[in-house]
Design a protein around this ligand. Structure first.
Ligand code: HXC
Length: 458
């Protein structure tokens, strides 16, 4: 707290404020050690000088050494303009620690004010970034510079407010209504995370019956396979106390990610959402889920994958945008993940997306399906239109072909016969079956071939 800057130019001589714009230290959240830094916008706009950076680096180093999460409460105008290159060096020192801490201890950024320039890159390197609605901004360059360079007129809110970063850019994983809610939710979020890659997440005493039957799940899937249903209902129904900490709720809504507990154990959930784009995988949803799978795997948080996916999204927009490479991110992430993986197919698991969504072939530990599951290369209609193109002018024949295809492939039993599924389970009993599956995986040991690291298609 006694640290001051050493800048002598631009009238900064004699303008020193103890702490130099950042409060750093350690403390306990729910009884567990964390390291935290909080920037103070009232001191030189929270801007980062070399000593300010050194204070942050100091607690990051301690957090890595002592295996405790790093929390940043960010509120900074970026590099201290009066200091020059020393401040850029300070930023790089922080970025380096961000990279070294990655995969060792969880790093969380809470953006609580305007953050510009270097102040947004450190959060971008952390595992999760949250924002406060209406008072926090993140941009590489502010509205004035944008106007000068590109002639675009844009407000700070439009350029880098919480709405922008939770719906358009996906830079932020969530946002909160005010500072108090943000800090309370941050503490709740921490309960799902281990302190480091050498600890497990805290096990909460479970008050919710393990064998809780949920009759509503028996009728969750509509009779008509083309009608949507809300996958969130399944997540909330199986979770302890119906608690789901959802991440990136308003971005790529065709996939859901977040944390639940099953019998007290923290579980990462990845689930297709049939309500949006029929739950298909596209660029945004693949990227969203891939990063989450990698976080869970890095910290050995088990992953529950709920599957209802008609395939990858077709079209020029997706192909030109690189769906091949982005879809491969999710495939790669699941394939290399050695954390416990339990998969439940509720309805469609078509084509490449069947493989991707934590299939048995990618080392799914327990792969289940409901009786309503349809596992096939594609839907019956599409398949018949390709296989029997020359019969398309005969609707009766086509109808028969479609029914034949449906009976043969669009059920879980062919996959189960091959051992690609471990069981076909009754929907109302899903909670208990998932709890059982994860409890048997508590001591799982699996490793990949020795390597420096894999080359995920970034
Ligand atoms: C020194 C700064 C500062 C900075 C703000 N202040 N940013 N001082 N260095 N980077 C000071 C202001 O001079 C002002 O001082 C006080 O903080 C409050 O700032 P305001 O502008 O009055 O606040 P507000 O209107 O809320 O605007 C916030 C802001 C804006 C959007 C963050 O201040 C801004 O655009 N700042 C500059 C952003 C920037 O370009 N940073 C450098 C980026 S380069 P007084 O004394 O008047 O109260 C960079 C390189 C790192 O970061 C690259 C690494 C990859």
């Amino acid at each position: 707290m006694f640290v001051v800057h050493r800048i002598r130019d631009f009238g900064m001589d004699g303008k020193t404020i103890p702490g130099d714009g950042v409060v750093t230290g350690s403390g306990k959240v729910n009884g567990r050690l964390i390291y935290v830094y909080a920037q103070d916008f009232t001191v030189f706009g929270g801007s980062l000088s070399a000593p300010h950076a050194a204070k942050i680096v100091k607690i990051m180093t301690l957090a890595i050494q002592n295996r405790a999460p790093i929390i940043g409460l960010n509120d900074s105008g970026g590099a201290r303009i009066q200091e020059g290159v020393e401040s850029l060096g300070g930023y790089a020192d922080v970025f380096l620690q961000n990279a070294l801490a990655s995969g060792v201890v969880p790093q969380i950024s809470m953006i609580m004010g305007p953050c510009a320039g270097g102040a947004v890159y450190s959060p971008a390197m952390t595992d999760f970034t949250f924002m406060v609605k209406g008072t926090s901004y993140m941009f590489v360059t502010g509205p004035d510079v944008v106007k000068t360079v590109t002639s675009e007129e844009v407000t700070a809110e439009e350029l880098g407010g919480a709405e922008t970063h939770t719906t358009i850019s996906s830079v932020a994983d969530g946002s909160f209504n005010n500072d108090i809610e943000a800090l309370i939710e941050l503490r709740r979020f921490l309960t799902f995370l281990p302190s480091s890659n050498e600890n497990i997440a805290p096990i909460r005493k479970n008050e919710d019956p393990k064998r809780r039957i949920a009759p509503a799940l028996d009728t969750l899937i509509p009779e008509n396979p083309n009608l949507p249903y809300d996958m969130k209902e399944l997540i909330l129904t199986v979770a302890d106390q119906n608690e789901f900490f959802e991440l990136q709720e308003n971005y790529a809504k065709n996939i859901l990610i977040g944390f639940i507990r099953l019998d007290g154990q923290s579980i990462g959930v990845v689930a297709n959402q049939p309500m949006i784009l029929a739950g298909c995988l596209d660029i945004d949803s693949s990227r969203k889920a891939a990063r989450f799978v990698r976080f869970c795997d890095a910290f050995d948080i088990p992953i529950l994958t709920l599957v209802d996916v008609p395939g990858f999204m077709p079209g020029t927009a997706q192909e030109y945008g690189g769906i091949i490479k982005h879809g491969a991110k999710l495939l790669f992430a699941y394939a290399e993940a050695t954390t416990p993986k339990v998969t439940l197919i509720t309805r469609k698991a078509y084509g490449g997306a069947y493989d991707v969504m934590s299939s048995k072939h990618l080392r799914g530990d327990a792969n289940y399906a409901w009786p309503t599951a349809e596992i096939a290369v594609m839907g019956a209609k599409g398949a018949v239109e390709i296989l029997y193109r020359n019969e398309l002018n005969d609707p009766e024949k086509i109808q028969k072909r479609t029914t034949d295809y449906e009976e043969r492939f669009t059920n879980p039993f062919i996959a189960a016969e091959r051992g690609f599924l471990d069981d076909v389970i009754i929907p109302n009993n899903s909670r208990y079956r998932l709890i059982q599956a994860f409890s048997k995986l508590k001591n799982k040991i699996q490793s990949n071939p020795k390597k420096k690291f894999g080359n995920i298609p970034l």
